[in-house]
Design a protein around this ligand. Structure first.
Ligand SMILES: Nc1ncnc2c1ncn2[C@@H]1O[C@H](COP(=O)(O)OP(=O)(O)OP(=O)(O)O)[C@@H](O)[C@H]1O
Length: 277
């Protein structure tokens, strides 16, 4: 078997067929744990590693401690709708997380790139609703709820699983809020962040933001719409339009008379008073 062992983990980063996906700070591969168990291996280059891709992001957000956060968050969360962390290895400042191997992302399902087993619609929404508040109940905000971070289990009965806790951050006890920098939204094609986490798209520059757990709920609401339509974001069709329309409180697709599949969501469901939450 080519590839390499890192303690109990086996990984072949040279085989493109084993690459499951790439994140902002990580690459995810199909690999093995304890010699035979099929797992997903998330490889994260740590902060002190001279990786230009990482350093570029770290320079924007010096607070980023992605691998450490992911480790701490996942160790505290044990729930069928949260990704299972099975093992962690560290070699030469690179961390290897062995995670439950999943079949696909919700994003792939909505874009019809996955047509394997799925629970009924109501169960999918239930699982997403169950997974979101779990980090919250443990004092974390997930901060990155979006269809690419919601996975579909390989095991039966099929579960919907929240993943990618690399950006989760402890919520302060007093205010229930957390700070966030601009870096995350820039790397995706669509924006899933709540308005209070965005800078004015017409201004240059960006600033530190305070958000709350309600920000996760906003993102989950957008994911619901993306799932039910399927494949449509309520605020637009690209990064620029979604960011701008969320900031301005204009769910353009929701306001249209005919959406791809009519679903009973009222406009007031999408606007919440951040100060009251
Ligand atoms: N457990 C898993 N099983 C199967 N595929 C996975 C798993 N975890 C991640 N993937 C795939 O790898 C991709 C990247 O995952 P990752 O968690 O690194 O994304 P990310 O949210 O952009 O990461 P980060 O922001 O932490 O760098 C996912 O979109 C998915 O396609």
């Amino acid at each position: 078997m080519v590839g390499r062992h890192f303690g109990r983990i086996w990984l072949d980063t040279e085989n493109p067929h084993l690459l499951l996906g790439r994140g902002q700070f990580s690459d995810v591969f199909r690999g093995k744990l304890n010699g035979s168990m099929e797992v997903a291996i998330k490889r994260i280059v740590q902060e002190n590693q001279p990786d230009p891709r990482y350093n570029q992001i770290a320079a924007i957000n010096p607070d980023t401690q992605s691998s450490k956060r992911e480790n701490e968050a996942l160790r505290q969360l044990d729930h069928p709708n949260v990704i299972k962390l099975l093992h962690v290895e560290e070699h030469n400042s690179i961390k290897y997380f062995a995670l439950e191997l999943c079949a696909a992302t919700l994003y792939q399902y909505c874009l019809r790139q996955y047509n394997g087993p799925m629970p009924p619609d109501a169960v999918v929404l239930l699982h997403i609703s169950q997974s979101g508040p779990i980090p919250n109940s443990k004092g974390f905000a997930h901060r990155n709820i979006e269809p690419k971070n919601i996975l579909i289990s390989k095991s039966f009965p099929t579960r919907i699983i929240l993943a990618d806790f690399g950006l989760s951050k402890s919520v302060s006890n007093t205010s229930g809020s957390y700070s966030v920098s601009q870096d995350r939204s820039m790397n995706d094609q669509l924006c899933w962040l709540a308005a209070e986490l965005l800078d004015n798209p017409d201004d240059q520059g960006f600033s530190e933001k305070r958000g709350s757990i309600a920000s996760d709920i906003f993102s989950a609401g957008c994911v619901f719409y993306f799932y039910l339509t399927p494949g449509w974001h309520p605020f637009g069709s690209d990064l620029d339009s979604t960011q701008r329309n969320i900031f301005n409180g204009e769910p353009v697709l929701l306001n249209r008379k005919s959406t791809p599949r009519t679903i009973p969501i009222q406009e007031h469901d999408w606007s919440y008073d951040f100060k009251e939450s």
